[in-house]
Ligand binder design. Structure first.
Ligand code: 5GP
Length: 337
């Protein structure tokens, strides 16, 4: 555990509002809203409690609880800082944070992304050991016009902060929205230089999976229902699958850790990265995900290091940043000898 905890890890699939753990939710409720009630503590306990028969839909319902707490500018700002703090405390040296810009009576989508981006910048001083990038998310259950606004804002922000705003994520309830409706706006983002991470094959929808594979992406979120043929296609195109074990098992999309497709990906030496998805909602950490991988698949320390270096390679960091990350991993390995 100590070896995994201290390893300078790389997190490539983390949703901002899903990454607040119960302690941070309590911090947020107390510091921003002055809520220290026992009732809130009970709600937090319920939030991370999963029934045996849980499914993706039930997981998505949980986000409403956090969204309420981040629905003010101060709440969103502090939440972003807490998430960076928690990843830094888990020795994450590089984090790609994704989040869906929202609009309500307190902020517009532009303000939302600005708040998150400014907090990332300010956090550099406080947490110098973690490098954070931002991937605005398109929620596929919202209208295409919202996606167009999100991409326009991402491109606007990438003009002034090209080293921070590096890609676009497509996520949200996978049974909602039609992928092909978003192809135009995703293609625009890609042509303008943003990388694409797409939640793909989270449910068994072969026609959509085919559409997504032929459209292409830089990394694939989950890939749970990819066939052997699809895996081979991903491997040929060097597209890594972002594997989130606890998320997949707790949400019921994979029946057990042993059954997780990471096993097949490792056996066929296909590109893959280990990620948390929503470390708050699923009550996990990247250290814990690595521990599960070690315990479930008898993965060695060297293989854990290789998985981290693979994540470095598939990150959207600059060449120089990737070299620095790899060097940190190398130093860590040397410090153990
Ligand atoms: P936020 O974008 O609000 O910062 O993070 C939470 C949101 O990310 C959720 O409301 C949902 O739209 C998206 N999300 C989080 N986890 C998953 C996941 O496992 N699959 C999909 N498709 N979307 C997710």
């Amino acid at each position: 555990w100590k070896f995994l905890k201290e390893m300078p890890k790389v997190e490539l699939h983390a949703h901002l509002n899903g990454s607040l753990n119960t302690n941070s939710l309590r911090d947020l409720a107390e510091k921003v809203y002055g809520n220290t009630s026992e009732e809130f503590s009970h709600l937090c306990a319920r939030f991370v409690n999963f029934e045996k028969d849980s499914n993706l839909d039930k997981c998505f319902e949980k986000f409403a609880f956090v969204h309420e707490l981040t629905s003010t500018a101060a709440g969103l700002q502090y939440a972003t800082e807490l998430v960076i703090r928690d990843f830094a405390n888990d020795n994450i040296q590089y984090l790609e944070l994704r989040t869906t810009p929202k609009a309500n009576k307190n902020y517009l989508r532009r303000d939302y992304l600005r708040i998150v981006l400014d907090t990332i910048k300010r956090s550099r001083k406080k947490y110098p050991n973690i490098l954070v990038k931002l991937l605005p998310s398109i929620n596929r259950s919202e209208p295409v016009a919202v996606a167009e606004e999100t991409v326009a804002l991402a491109l606007e922000l990438a003009k002034t902060d090209p080293d921070l705003v590096v890609g676009i994520d497509l996520s949200g309830i996978p049974t909602k929205g039609k992928f092909t409706d978003f192809c135009g706006v995703l293609d625009l983002a890609r042509r303008e230089g943003l990388k694409l991470v797409i939640h793909c094959a989270e449910i068994d929808n072969p026609p959509e999976i085919k559409e997504m594979l032929s459209f292409g992406m830089s990394r694939c979120g989950h890939g749970t229902y990819l066939t052997e043929e699809d895996f081979a296609q991903m491997k040929a195109a060097n597209i890594p699958i972002e594997c989130c074990l606890t998320s997949n098992v707790k949400s019921g999309s994979v029946s057990s850790f042993e059954e997780h497709h990471l096993k097949r990906l490792m056996e066929s030496d296909a590109p893959r990265v280990v990620c948390t998805d929503d470390s708050g909602v699923f009550d996990t950490s990247l250290t814990n995900e690595f521990l599960l991988v070690v315990e479930t698949f008898n993965v060695t320390r060297d293989q854990c290091i290789d998985l981290t270096l693979e994540a470095v390679k598939h990150s959207f960091a600059s060449e120089q940043e990737r070299q620095q990350m790899a060097l940190k991993v190398e130093h860590y390995v040397n410090s153990l000898q």
